[in-house]
Design a protein around this ligand. Sequence first.
Ligand code: 5GP
Length: 118
Amino acid sequence: MAEETIFSKIIRREIPADILYQDDLVTAFRDINAKAPTHILIIPNHLIPTTNDVKASDEKALGRMVTVAAKLAEEAGIAEDGYRIIMNCNKHGGQEVFHIHMHLLGGCSLGPMLSINS
Ligand code: 5GP
């Protein structure tokens, strides 16, 4: 069985986080180390370690992640200018927390999509 991460504790409100949205399927909270003026993480409430582990039965939660991202972008005032949604997977994707999460980044021009240094 997959091991829980700190994100499960955030979902259960066992540790503090700036939670912006929560329902039966997903939770959204501010990233503790923001990389842009708006940096929100949107996660499914049930543990899926990586996008490699996504099943058809997860589609409802993953769809909800996108609709919640759009709602939070609107609320943050970044919808019109635009934003970026990122999901990192495993080593080459730079994934650090093994509970899938969508990064919602915006509030400034984010530059080119990728900058590969090595
Ligand atoms: P990854 O590199 O796995 O795609 O991104 C993990 C993200 O989770 C990072 O941006 C990191 O700052 C954020 N993060 C890690 N631990 C915590 C935490 O305890 N609270 C919050 N709010 N964000 C966290």
